[in-house]
Design a protein around this ligand. Structure first.
Ligand SMILES: [Cu+2]
Length: 335
């Protein structure tokens, strides 16, 4: 295959979290991180909890978490808004944990792809250009015609390398959705990184909040159809090294998507707090007030909460294996 991390890289990740439990391991972690002391054979140097340099990937989880791509808009004579994006698929090696490289397939050079954000009732046009060496598609969750569903054998079907296609549909329904490649084998095309979040805001918007996007994902670095690395927004422990800073008392809205391949379930748990859950973000009324939720692949929720106290609060998959292999971070609540 010649691509992706070699098996030798895997012990490196485990070395980041030596057989300590999740909470113990962190005691030596975030406060005294070192900059990427990882040798070319992928082994982390002793004494350092390495971190991935965002310059290597060309995207930074600390920015991605609050990054929304509104595309370009213009008004039709009818008064209707058309919103347009261009999305380019490209093969790209990324680093998902210090020294653990992964031959990803990306939308616009990043994993997850850009968080596309539109408003209810707009006409959306997504020009997809396949700059990858493999056939791909863009399949959106939402309401649209079969011709624009982005699956093989329907409408334009697969978009071959060098090809392009404009997916076009109305922004409906209101909620928090996503998109992903639907070429087969599907598991591979998703696991390689071809997915992203897709938000349709209500016409009147939602109440002001500090908004965050958390895409739960994982990486099968040795092609055994199991994940060796788990994360939110791709880089293992990214938010353990760089906590997500939020203000005490301010409304925080989390767009939480699970796109994890190979494992049937993922979960999200927050320490020292509870949140309101809006499944798929489609209703203004929450269905639950809790501190933990589970999601199957493709499931997503909007979560709203306020932090009453300052300090550092962990959030992680309440599946210990996932948390220890990268799916863990902190909120840092400040005044
Ligand atoms: Cu694909």
């Amino acid at each position: 295959m010649g691509a992706g991390a070699t098996a030798a890289s895997i012990p490196a990740l485990r070395a980041l979290m030596p057989d300590q439990g999740l909470h113990d391991a962190l005691a030596a972690g975030p406060a005294e991180h070192h900059h990427g002391h990882v040798s070319h054979d992928g082994s982390a140097h002793a004494g350092g909890v390495g971190r991935v340099d965002p310059r290597v990937n060309g995207f930074d989880p600390s920015e991605l978490v609050r990054g929304f791509d509104q595309g370009r808009t213009r008004r039709l004579a009818s008064g209707r808004t058309v919103r347009e994006w261009e999305i380019v698929a490209a093969d790209k090696e990324i680093e998902v944990a210090p020294g653990v490289r992964f031959a990803a397939w990306t939308y616009n050079g990043r994993v997850p792809g850009p968080t596309l954000r539109a408003r209810e009732g707009e006409r959306l046009r997504v020009r997809f250009v396949n700059g990858s060496h493999h056939p791909h598609t863009m399949h959106f969750h939402g309401i649209h015609t079969a011709d624009h569903d982005g699956v093989p054998g329907v409408g334009r079907g697969l978009i071959e390398p060098g090809g392009s296609f404009v997916y076009e549909f109305d922004a409906e329904p209101v909620g928090f959705h996503h998109y992903h490649c639907h070429a087969s084998p599907l598991a591979e095309h998703i696991a390689k990184g071809l997915y992203g979040a897709f938000i349709i805001d209500p016409k009147r918007g939602r109440p002001d909040a500090d908004e965050l996007v958390l895409v739960q994902n994982g990486f099968d670095t040795n092609f055994d159809r199991e994940n060796e690395v788990y994360a939110v927004n791709t880089v293992a422990f990214a938010y353990a090294h760089d906590s997500i800073r939020v203000k005490r008392g301010e409304l925080v809205r989390i767009y939480l998507l699970n796109i994890l391949e190979f494992d049937p379930l993922n979960s999200f748990h927050i320490h020292g707090n509870f949140f309101h859950r809006f499944p798929t973000g489609t209703s203004p009324e929450p269905t639950e007030f809790t501190d933990i939720i589970a999601q199957v692949q493709g499931q997503r929720d909007v979560l709203e909460l306020r932090f009453p106290f300052i300090g550092k609060y962990m959030f992680h998959a309440h599946k210990t294996e996932f948390a220890e292999l990268g799916w863990m971070g902190f909120f840092e609540v400040v005044d």
